[in-house]
Every structure is written in structure tokens, then in C-alpha cells.
Design a protein around this ligand. Sequence first.
Ligand SMILES: [Zn+2]
Length: 134
Amino acid sequence: MSQIFVTRRYRFCAAHRLHTDLLSPEENWAAFGKCNNANGHGHNYVVLVTIRAGTAESSTNLDSLDRLVTDTVIERFDHQDLNSDPAFSALTTTGENLVAVIWDILNPLLPAGRLDKVGVIETRDNYFEYTGAR
Ligand SMILES: [Zn+2]
């Protein structure tokens, strides 16, 4: 059966530092390089949310998706330090973890099976994509 998907693009700016207390300072530096700098650094994150679209008879309500993503993800992370967010109390703020955290925020709030994937563009060259458990 054919399926149409719709992707919406959102943006937020946030600071973070790649660091884990499980590693020594030297091991953190080896693992994360300059991203382990104690002063942190920022990114202009782009979040791509892909959902299974409605049919011609029941078009996709993008306004409600926009409200949901804005209220639960963008307002939560925009102009914040990701390391201070409770979602990252036991997780490093890598792109891999961030994209999974955003999926875990959105997926329970959407009808079952509606969310297809979440993407996070962290830098010009880094894109992370997560499709959750299927
Ligand atoms: Zn970074």
C-alpha cells in the first residue's frame, strides 16, 4: 500500500558540551575533542519531523503538529543549555541522543504509528536520524 509522508522543519539554538562523568578528563578529551571544552558551544539545530500523511479525504493537520513540536520540543530547548535539561541528566548531549530524546518526547503524543522519523541537523556536515522501535 502506498503511503505519503510529510516532513516539517523546525529550528532551535542551544548550547551543549560533550562530556560524561563516566570518563576521566583525558578520556573525555580523547572521545569528544574540542566539543569537550568546559565552556561549551552552541548550534543552530534543525529538527525534521516526518509523519505519515493523511489521505486526500483527510489531509494532514500540520497546524496541530506545529503546535505540538513547538510546545514540547522547541520551547523546551531553544536558547537553553542541553546539558542542564533533565533528559540529559544521564545522557551525553550527542546528536544521536538528542534525536532519540526528541522522538521519545513526540511519539507518545501522536497517534500510534503516525511518527515516521525524526532528524536533527547539528552542523553543516552532521545529520542524525531516528526511527524509534518498530
Ligand atoms: Zn556541539
